[in-house]
Design a protein around this ligand. Structure first.
Ligand code: ZN
Length: 205
């Protein structure tokens, strides 16, 4: 190690600690950055099962987000827009499958994969506050950037904030995650706001 390298490690114990600690996800060499992110994604704990309620068959959200989502769907329906829940709460075990199985299926490197999917333990979906939405009248745009041309997306852009949902990964976001017009997170409670504070701060800086 060079003298400069040594000086950097002595002056900045946090990077040193990170450098010495093992990678946080089994099967992934990547390490977290000083702000806690792994390949761009912030760490998130899994929601407690007692806080989850169903918003669509087999799909659940944290009760606060669920209530807001149902209200938002009703408001959208009154404007002739049908918001479909494509994905909601995901346990860390499912996120692990999504990350690693699809990664190997598509022959992606970890950093390529992380641009479109969070590593397990680092997904907003595990909090129960994030939801992937589609337009019932345009199912071909599900989970695709073309969702941004749908009536559902136009409606969300104009109205989601009123229901305390924000777009997590806008174009050119500071986390370096691919643009996801379908992925919205709830920030309408003190708990939710606190969870996403670091992501907010980064986006602002
Ligand atoms: Zn999502």
């Amino acid at each position: 190690m060079s003298l400069t390298g040594l000086a950097v490690l002595l002056l900045f114990p946090e990077p040193l600690r990170l450098w010495l600690s093992p990678p946080p996800v089994d099967g992934l060499d990547a390490r977290t950055t000083p702000d806690g992110r792994l390949l761009g994604h912030f760490p998130y704990a899994e929601a407690s099962p007692q806080n989850l309620v169903e918003v669509a068959p087999g799909k659940a959200l944290h009760r606060d987000a669920a209530q807001a989502l149902l209200g938002m769907q009703r408001a959208a329906a009154a404007d002739g827009v049908q918001l479909v829940v494509l994905s909601a709460f995901r346990p860390v075990t499912l996120q692990k499958e999504l990350f690693f199985d699809v990664k190997s299926e598509r022959n992606q490197s970890a950093s390529e994969r992380a641009q479109v999917s969070a590593p397990p333990g680092f997904s907003e979906h595990s909090t129960g506050y994030a939801v992937d939405l589609g337009d019932a009248l345009a199912p071909q745009s599900d989970l695709s950037v073309s969702f941004e041309s749908t009536a559902a997306f136009a409606w969300l852009k104009a109205n989601a904030a009123r229901h305390h949902f924000i777009l997590s990964f806008p174009p050119g976001n500071a986390q370096g995650v691919s643009y996801e017009p379908w992925h919205w997170r709830f920030e309408g409670s003190a708990d939710a706001l606190k969870l996403f504070e670091a992501a907010h701060r980064l986006q602002r800086d």
